[in-house]
Design a binder for this molecule. Structure first.
Ligand code: FES
Length: 370
């Protein structure tokens, strides 16, 4: 779709159809570079349509790497109050093959397969009785906060929000300029930035950084949000950062029912979990698995997931989060399994016979459509 080929119906929400992940792909419309290793990508639905989701949710993208498709989940930084496009913001770090591929190869006009937005890290998880929100993020953990803030700026600009973002250097603060613009339109928003290093070397960075430098601690948090115990806290960032925020809040007696954190990258996904009594009794030598579509057999050692057993047998089941969140690894199966998921599958789907391969462990002989 170009500026000269926009169908009249595409301009009106009441004439548009919702994005259908089974039939449509996401077409990249543009990219905004934040730094050498961070960029935002804007997508529309191929053939038109709108996106229905909650601020804070994620999408799972299928990235066509040379070695084969790779599925990865990315939190949306866009707001559903602007429903004809979605945006993800990625930061390539360490061995992040997927984000690196996006930064180096994804260009406007390219189309990607995707799963519909999902996830429970949303404003609807907040306690309606809380006095406001405290958002705390580090690094690319700013993305769901940006989605929520953009939505609040559009739909509830009077909302009482404190947002603290932690970055390594001033020039690493994602969305810095836009946050300051949002701040100007939200009278009850308080923004705070904390960096662990000062301004960058000559030519880079924000010169004259006058903000705080150091580590997040209870004093800094209390200074920015003296009333934080009455707020709902949303936290997103590297696991170690979220662990330290959680510990800090627990130490001050914060009511943790009002603490929410994005839990991508659960640890241990690649290793067998502790063996439960049911698994040990039911299949001491390992449960036999038949992969019907690829006509292969495997034996899941006690504690091993269906996904791990499939990989061992050379059977490909798409997976992204590997922690029961995104639903990418959903497969039809028959036979007994213990499944411990994090919302990536609906009760009706379980009744129909679906499981999430990444968090299901067989307790007897099963067959899997893969
Ligand atoms: S890979 Fe995300 S739920 Fe299994």
């Amino acid at each position: 779709m170009t500026a000269t080929t926009i169908a009249p119906g595409a301009l009106r929400l009441d004439r548009a159809k919702p994005f259908d992940a089974r039939a449509q792909r996401l077409v990249c419309m543009g990219r905004t570079s934040h730094s050498a290793d961070a960029a935002s990508f804007l997508f529309r639905a191929e053939g038109g349509g709108f996106f229905a989701y909650e601020p804070g949710q994620f999408v799972t993208l299928e990235l066509p790497l040379a070695a084969g498709p790779l599925h990865r989940t990315y939190t949306l930084s866009s707001t559903p109050s602007r429903p004809f496009a979605v945006e993800v913001t990625v930061k390539a770090q360490g061995a992040s093959q997927a984000s690196r591929w996006m930064i180096e190869h994804l260009r406007p006009g390219m189309a990607l397969k995707a799963l519909a937005p999902a996830g429970r890290f949303t404003l609807s998880a907040a306690d309606p009785a809380a006095r406001g929100y405290l958002f705390v993020s580090a690094g690319s953990g700013a993305t769901p906060m940006m989605s929520m803030l953009r939505w609040l700026a559009d739909c509830a600009p009077e909302a009482d929000v404190v947002y603290l973002h932690v970055a390594r250097r001033p020039e690493d603060i994602l969305f810095h300029h836009e946050l300051e613009l949002i701040d100007a339109g939200m009278p009850n928003l308080r923004l705070g930035f904390l960096v662990s290093q000062g301004a960058g070397p000559k030519g880079g960075g924000r010169r004259g950084w006058a903000g705080p430098v150091g580590r997040l601690d209870d004093t800094r948090l209390s200074l920015l949000a003296p009333d934080l115990d009455g707020r709902d806290v949303f936290c997103c960032g590297p696991e170690g950062f979220m662990d330290s925020v959680r510990a800090l809040l627990e130490a001050r007696g914060f009511p943790m029912a009002r603490y929410h954190q994005e839990s991508f990258g659960a640890t241990g996904a690649g290793e067998p979990a502790p063996v439960t009594a049911a698994q040990a009794q039911a299949a001491p030598a390992g449960a036999p698995i038949r992969f019907t579509l690829s006509d292969r057999e495997a034996r899941a050692i006690p504690g091993q997931t269906v996904l791990q057993a499939a990989r061992g047998a050379g059977v490909r089941i798409p997976a992204a989060c590997e922690s029961g969140l995104c639903g990418t690894c959903k497969v039809m199966a028959a036979g007994p399994v213990e499944m411990s998921h994090n919302g990536g599958i609906l009760d009706e789907e379980i009744e129909e016979g679906y499981i999430l391969a990444c968090c299901s462990r067989p307790t007897g002989a099963i067959s899997v459509d893969a």
